[in-house]
Design a binder for this molecule. Sequence first.
Ligand code: NAD
Ligand code: UDP
Length: 315
Amino acid sequence: MKYGRKRVLVTGGAGFLGSHLCERLLGMGADVLCVDNFFTGSKDNIAHLMGNPYFEMIRHDVTAPLYVEVDEIYNLACPASPVHYQRDPVQTTKTSVHGAINMLDLAKRIGAKIFQASTSEVYGDPEVHPQTEDYRGSVNTIGPRACYDEGKRCAETLFFDYWRQHGTRIKVARIFNTYGPRMHPDDGRVVSNFIVQALEGRDITIYGDGSQTRSFCYCDDLIEGFIRLMASPDDITGPINLGNPGEFTMLQLAETVLRLTDSKAKLVFLPLPADDPRQRQPDITKARAVLDWQPTVALEAGLLRTIDYFRAKIA
Ligand code: NAD
Ligand code: UDP
């Protein structure tokens, strides 16, 4: 970029994370182009940005090519909740794979730097704990989660092949479970489910016996990691884990949500979905060293902010 504002494309910009990223980029003085097909995203998430002259929105599916001029691309388009990515699994694979090819072709053509929202799901149901970037993962290629996991794995392959073959400047982040305001009330992921159920006094749905673990990162912390990775020198390609190493069982999460919402909702135990990972915790040694990044928002503090959001949303 020689003159004026940095032009930044955010695919999946009307989703949970994408909307926070668009907001952050506008705050940094960027000219933001948000692309979304509204599969799981919502205009409500970006309505407050619409009046800003440096914010534009295009309804577009990333499985089709896109011709625009930008300096940086953040590729976030893809449903992230198991409920939603399994709703149309073939489309999920197409979004990850064709979406990556289309965005990488665009980056190659215009010389833009490109960021990929990859996932801890590339580690599958991990035998290594906590997960480091050199762990190659344990994914069931034919299971119901494969459309997402293998789609994201193939996208990583494409990113590194464009880097090796064409010299495209790439940034690959492996994101661990992230939560916060603007998750959809029907998103289906555990944090939003438990909070909405607790606030509405409905049963809290624990899948399995609730002993499986996840590590939950607050959205603002994660977005800071995105920005630092994108701004890092060109030889920093990733993959790099971004997440909060604090690890909790789903039972602990449910009890914390009940306490913070002062809810009397009861726990119910439902079957564990197929291939549900037993445990997950990021090793963020690399992010600390390379990006000087680490999360700052503790689970209870982040949950309180998220609870406030849902209280207002479902009132
Ligand atoms: P989200 O479902 O809220 O957002 C995804 C957005 O992508 C939505 O706005 C959706 O409408 C859009 N989208 C889906 N398919 C599209 C397509 N074909 N073309 C254009 N837009 C499309 O989910 P999120 O939590 O904001 O996740 C954003 C990204 O981060 C995803 O790529 C996801 O895989 C990744 N990620 C998120 C987490 C997390 O915990 N939140 C963890 C790992 C990875
Ligand atoms: N889960 C649960 N109840 C719910 C939703 C999810 O117990 O209402 C569990 C799910 O089985 C998994 C964990 O919570 O073990 C995290 O699920 P989520 O869908 O949020 O993300 P994942 O990390 O599995 O992609």
